[in-house]
Design a protein around this ligand. Structure first.
Ligand code: BEZ
Length: 178
């Protein structure tokens, strides 16, 4: 396990709830990947027999991008942070290494967790209304799936980031108060 400092890119709940020690935090952009609510959550925002939906990244056209936050994890915390994330994200996510760009144009190499198509918790694409309905009805040990979506949308607004997929789902959820 690495004892070197590293950058970690958060594009989901890590944006608003990093729960990890970091020495630096910068808004960053990952090009060529898009954020999608295509991964099942049986352990955080849903239950084994009623999964919620959480975000993963899918490879997209080079001009597509995903905005998030990059955290610099210091060397003395690196091994414990990786072990904790590997455990927390055991529901189908794997680590990848990617290149990010910060807003002032710096390049950063970072780790990301991605749930690839076909993993055991993969739900994949569906009509937005169906995804919204599933999110509206799902709850798990970490809270409601609706709250996850709302906090993600709020965080992206604070970053001044446009994400059609997330904001369209938020709009559908806010018109449905079930
Ligand atoms: C995140 O960025 O919050 C995240 C998303 C998927 C797996 C791990 C972390």
């Amino acid at each position: 396990m690495s004892a070197n400092p590293f950058w970690l890119f958060g594009y989901g709940s890590l944006i608003w709830k990093p729960d990890l020690p970091y020495s630096d935090r910068v808004p960053a952009r990952l090009r060529g990947w898009s954020r999608r609510f295509w991964q099942g959550s049986h352990d955080h925002r849903g239950l084994p027999d009623a999964p919620g939906r959480v975000v993963t990244l899918v490879e997209s056209a080079p001009d597509c991008c995903c905005d998030g936050i990059a955290y610099r994890v210091p060397a003395d915390a690196a091994a414990a942070v990786l072990a904790g994330l590997d455990h927390r994200e055991k529901n189908g996510y794997e680590r990848h290494r990617v290149n990010l760009a910060t807003r002032n144009g710096d390049a950063i190499e970072a780790l990301i967790y991605v749930a690839a198509p076909g993993n055991f918790a993969w739900l994949g694409p569906a009509p937005l209304a169906a995804i919204a309905a599933q999110i509206a009805g799902a709850h798990g040990p970490s809270g409601s799936n609706r709250e996850y979506l709302q906090r993600l949308a709020e965080s992206l607004r604070l970053l001044d980031s446009d994400d059609d997929h997330v904001f369209a789902l938020e709009a559908l959820l806010s018109s449905d108060r079930t």
